[in-house]
Structure formats: C-alpha cells, structure tokens
Design a protein around this ligand. Structure first.
Ligand SMILES: O=C(O)CCC(=O)C(=O)O
Length: 247
C-alpha cells in the first residue's frame, strides 16, 4: 500500500494542529496487533534494541512504516517522514512505572524542529492501567522548564550521558534525565485508546503517563518518533534516521 494514502480526515488534521495531538481509532488491524505481540513474546531478548528496533527487527519496521502510521505522520508533517526511534512501552499491572509528563524535544533536540510521534495502543489503554496523558494546547507554549522525575512509585527515574553532534560537526556531551514538567492537574487529559488505535502528537506537546495501578491489565504501547526528512537530530545515537519509503 503506498504511503501517499491520506489516513487522517481534514477534521483530525485540524484537531492535531489546534491541540497538539489527535487520537485515532483503528490504525492497526487486530491481526497486525496480534502478530506483533506474538513476535514480541517469542523473540530472544538477549540483544536490547536501544531505540533501534526498526533497524533490527522486521516487525518493528513494519509498524514504523505502516501506511496508516507513517502515512498519518506524512500528512501531519506535510512531507516525507523519517523514523528517529522506536520504543516498546510495556507497563505491567500492579505498579509498572509511567513516564513523567515531558516534551519529546527535551530528549530529541532537532533542527529545524519537526519532531512528532505516533503512539500505538497494543492493549486496551485508559487511566486505570497507566494510559497516555496529554496536555492539550501545550505545543504552543515553547520548551518548558523540566526537572528530574522525583517519584519512582509513579515514574521511571534515570540519568544518561549522550554524545551530541551538530550539522557543522561540532561534538559535545549532554546529560539527559527523566524529565518532568510540573503541570496544573486540571490541564491533564487522560486518554482512553483502544487496542489498535493510536495518538499522534507533536514533539512540543506535553505528555506522559502514570503507573499501571490495575490488578491484571497490562498496558503495552509502541511509539514511533518521526522527523521530516532532512531534519538534523542532534543526538548521535539516533542521528541516522530511517526514511520511510513507499511501502
Ligand atoms: O507510553 C507512555 O507511557 C509514554 C510514552 C511517551 O512518552 C512517548 O511515546 O514519547
């Protein structure tokens, strides 16, 4: 199927532009979700993918280049997408940690800024099992001050050194932490996204999640981060973006 199909309606595109995100049901068919989860359960886990699953694993690449997923990204970017990273976000019941509210541009500085994501629900997801939250309209606020996440009962807490390189070849190191932006709780929207649905959001949209407090409902999601082809990503580990060619 060619990428040029336009999976999103004009109303969905307008919603994304206005609020910085749009939730869309049925991006993946049930057989596609089931095939991915089967593959994930069976694959050897000895080599961590470290954000590069789309380069190493045909099933990860399939989701990252899927016509409805990459096609939606192409529509919203108004041009050809390139994959920066892929992540499987598997949050177990009874306390699996969330990712504190953040903007992806803190983690993935890029020039000019075209960063966006498609987050896919591979199980039913809602507030009760640590579903995705967004702050509508936050993509218009600029990059917000953030501190290291404080509550390991709720969120993953970490710190990493990263090699950076700009277009001119200048190199340096930066410390990235599990960023957290303090947000008025009233502004947080807790999304219910059914299995196979997804959420497109910009690299400036504040989003994240809380711990999975359900007794027995895993929350599995798959996130693909894209930039417009030709964008420079400053972090060296994800600098070689993968253009999404016609499928
Ligand atoms: O799945 C989550 O809990 C958060 C995902 C996220 O932060 C992202 O996809 O950038």
């Amino acid at each position: 199927m060619p990428l040029s199909n336009r999976p999103l309606t004009p109303a969905q595109v307008r919603y994304y532009e206005e609020f910085g995100y749009v939730a869309v049901e049925g991006l993946l068919a049930e057989e596609e979700v089931a095939a991915f989860l089967r593959h994930e359960a069976e694959r050897p886990k000895d080599t961590p993918y470290n954000l590069h699953g789309h380069c190493l694993d045909e099933r990860y690449r399939y989701l990252a280049a899927h016509p409805a997923v990459a096609g939606g990204a192409q529509q919203l970017l108004q041009g050809p997408p390139a994959v920066v990273q892929t992540m499987l976000l598997d949050k177990s019941p009874a306390g699996g940690q969330g990712i504190a509210l953040h903007q992806d541009c803190h983690y993935l500085p890029n020039e000019p800024n075209t960063l966006m994501a498609c987050w896919l629900a591979l199980t039913e997801t809602d507030r009760g099992n640590g579903g995705l939250c967004v702050v509508p309209g936050s993509h218009r606020l600029g990059l917000q001050a953030a501190h290291k996440a404080k509550d390991p009962g709720e969120h993953a807490v970490w710190e990493n050194r990263h090699a950076m390189r700009d277009r001119q070849g200048r190199e340096w190191q930066e410390t990235l932490v599990s960023f957290e932006i303090d947000v008025d709780p009233e502004r947080i929207r807790y999304l219910t996204v059914p299995r196979g649905g997804g959420v497109f959001f910009t690299g400036m949209t504040i989003h994240g999640s809380y711990a999975n407090r359900s007794e027995n409902r895993p929350r599995i999601a798959f996130a693909v981060h894209y930039v417009h082809r030709g964008t420079w990503v400053l972090r060296e580990d994800v600098q070689d973006t993968m253009p999404v060619l016609s499928l």
